[in-house]
Design a protein around this ligand. Structure first.
Ligand code: NAD
Length: 321
């Protein structure tokens, strides 16, 4: 099968593209290299079944041409990362809303199937544990830039579901919870790569807020299994699925674990959100996915636990230092 991966030079997209190639597909990646990099695809960019196109998903002429030649589209390109969202809110909103509109228009025009990468951020300040796909979206006020990302992803979901409902387009929406693994960069605010890099250098590990926020980190290889499983499943079309781990850890607990696993003597320091982001920032205390729906649809659950995941990431970060 010939498939298109938008954002395929990014962290999750590059792992997905690599797996799709290994499974025998022809893969085309389109990416503007804004947060992604050619380094992420260097392992497979010379394979004959792989093509890289540097370009923007908001370029409808380009996307129409690429979608027409593909059988399925995995749409992962987006402005991602709490720091990037805080620093470049206009860019975030425009990329995530206009970009997805262009992709959906193209897949609808040529009647292809599409996977849309959404986010657990859209549950916002809802305090349910765990989050089920039909729970309410509870977002903060428009003065807090963080919610623009959640809102943009919610619009993407609404639009994708509207195309499904109105035109019968085959869409599958995956709400990724915190996803981690090799190739993830800490540059745009992702916690695990930053903690690992600080710890490996023996530098202080900066924890934003109290460190008592609980999170679940899922290994990227498991997330890729879920994405492909959903796209392969007849019955998943038109559905929204949580994709994540249910193994919880506090951010301070994560720092302790990483310091202990790296064997370094880094100290922990606590930084208020406003100092970290230079503006007011709201955070949620717990974020756990209900996996009932995805288990029922395709029998998926994560295979890799947090310790195994951290071992892989620490080894991979050591290789880059
Ligand atoms: P990433 O930044 O590594 O990947 C995004 C990719 O999209 C990058 O390669 C970037 O260069 C590309 N891109 C951005 N704007 C583009 C544009 N206008 N045109 C073409 N390419 C563009 O981030 P990621 O973590 O791999 O995220 C992939 C997807 O998963 C995103 O849609 C993100 O919202 C979603 N997601 C990720 C997480 C996570 O924990 N990593 C959690 C929830 C949702």
């Amino acid at each position: 099968m010939k498939v298109l991966v938008t954002g395929g030079a990014g962290f999750i997209g590059s792992h997905l593209a690599e797996r799709l190639l290994d499974d025998g597909n022809k893969v085309v990646v389109v990416d503007n290299l804004s947060t992604g990099s050619l380094k992420n695809i260097e392992n497979f960019q010379n394979k004959s079944d792989f093509d890289f196109v540097e370009g923007d998903i908001r370029n409808s002429e380009l996307i129409d041409g690429l979608v027409e030649q593909s059988e399925a589209v995995f749409h992962l390109a987006a402005a991602v990362g709490v720091k990037l969202i805080a620093d470049r809110p206009v860019h975030t909103i425009e990329t995530n809303i206009s970009g997805t509109e262009v992709v959906l228009d193209a897949v609808n025009k040529f009647n292809k199937s599409v996977f849309i990468a959404s986010s657990s951020e859209i549950y916002g300040k809802n305090e349910a544990v765990p989050f089920r796909e039909d729970d309410d979206i509870v977002l903060g006020n428009t003065g807090i830039a963080r919610w623009s990302y959640a809102c943009s992803k919610a619009i993407d979901e609404f639009l994708a579901l509207a195309f499904h409902q109105q035109y019968g387009l085959r869409v599958v929406i995956g709400r990724f919870f915190n996803t981690v693994g090799p190739r993830q960069t800490g540059q745009y605010g992702m916690v695990v790569p930053r903690f690992v890099q600080w710890a490996l250098k023996g530098e202080p590990v900066s924890i934003y807020g109290t460190g008592q926020q609980m999170r679940c980190f899922c290994y990227v290889g498991d997330v890729v299994d879920a994405v492909i499983g959903l796209m392969d499943s007849e019955q998943a079309g038109g559905g929204v699925y949580n994709i994540g781990s249910t193994e919880e850890i506090s951010i301070e607990g994560l720092a302790d674990k990483i310091i202990q696993m790296t064997g370094r003597k880094s100290k922990k320091e606590f930084v208020p959100y406003e100092d970290a982001y230079g503006m007011p920032m709201e955070d949620m205390m717990r974020r756990v996915p209900s996996l009932e729906r995805i288990k029922k649809a395709i029998g998926w659950e994560p295979k890799t636990n947090l310790t195994e995941t951290m071992e892989v990431i620490i080894e991979s970060e050591k290789g880059t230092m």
